[in-house]
Write a protein that binds this ligand. Structure first.
Ligand SMILES: Cc1cc2nc3c(=O)[nH]c(=O)nc-3n(C[C@H](O)[C@H](O)[C@H](O)COP(=O)(O)OP(=O)(O)OC[C@H]3O[C@@H](n4cnc5c(N)ncnc54)[C@H](O)[C@@H]3O)c2cc1C
Length: 241
């Protein structure tokens, strides 16, 4: 998705396609509910034609993916190797909690409820004090404490596409957050290189530098920062008229 044509400035793989089979759809639903953009066909080749994707290459890609997925590996993109991938994996067939899938789901919620508040406090400290130091201390501890709980098998992440019909959804590039951008103060005012506010210049959300740098604080962290600083910036601008 990141590849850009240097001359035309257009993304080369936009849209990309999310391809899944009927077994996936029955188990997890179509991603995003039932999007209008869902295309369905009885074979991978017919799906490629319906989406105007190169048929031979899609069939070849899915065959290769399936061969590897059956062995629990993804040599191209290494899906399933990171803790992040496995956190969202479905490892019920291999889990110690196999007979009680609801308990496995509940255990994720309980772990989140126990670890969430201290992790949020640490993220807040990272934002207001020496962020790099807090990250260096916090991340290894969190990683060690959570890893055993979420070290699901790679088979919970990878599965062959072999149950017809097959489905495709176009996926487009969009921005989740930023790692850089202008520094702002507590009122959303943009600061110059010396740290002084620049008159009448405000930034919030993705237009401002992230308060936690390149660290992803978790779901909600970006929208809440955008809303909070958007509100504060608006309030400040109104009082300075
Ligand atoms: C798939 C996805 C899932 C996400 N999930 C979460 C989540 O669960 N929790 C969370 O907290 N965050 C999530 N985010 C991130 C969150 O959506 C963004 O951080 C947030 O929307 C940024 O808000 P914003 O107002 O800064 O920018 P945007 O929401 O991008 O708003 C910018 C607006 O400016 C408009 N615009 C751009 N250029 C111009 C122009 N020249 N003139 C006029 N208008 C212009 C755009 O059309 C857009 O409406 C997700 C993002 C994505 C892409």
């Amino acid at each position: 998705m990141r590849r850009v044509d240097p001359e035309r400035g257009e993304r080369l793989n936009d849209p990309a396609w999310m391809i899944f089979d009927e077994r996936y759809r029955r188990r997890y639903g179509a991603p995003g509910g039932s999007p209008a953009g869902l295309t369905t066909a009885q074979t991978v080749g017919a799906l490629a034609r319906a989406c105007r994707i190169d048929e031979g290459r899609l069939v070849e890609t899915v065959d290769a993916f399936n061969r590897n997925a059956r062995l629990g590996r993804d040599p191209d993109f290494h899906r399933g190797l990171s803790a992040y991938d496995r956190f969202f994996g479905d490892d019920r067939r291999f889990s110690a909690l196999r007979p009680w899938p609801w308990l496995e789901t509940a255990s994720h919620g309980i772990v989140g409820a126990v670890l969430g508040p201290p992790a949020t406090r640490l993220a807040a400290r990272a934002a207001e004090s020496d962020g790099d130091r807090v990250r260096r201390l916090a991340v290894p501890v969190l990683r060690r404490s959570m890893a055993p709980l979420f070290s699901a098998s790679v088979r919970g992440v990878l599965g062959p596409l072999e149950h017809r019909p097959y489905h495709a959804i176009p996926v487009r590039a969009s921005s989740l957050g930023t790692c850089g951008g202008p520094r702002i103060d507590a009122s959303g005012r943009v600061l110059d290189a010396e740290g002084s506010p620049i008159a009448r210049l405000y930034a919030a959300g993705n237009a401002a530098g992230s308060p936690v740098g390149g660290f992803y604080g978790g779901a909600g962290a970006t929208i809440s920062a955008a809303m909070t600083f958007g509100f504060l910036a608006g309030e400040d601008a109104a009082t300075r008229r």
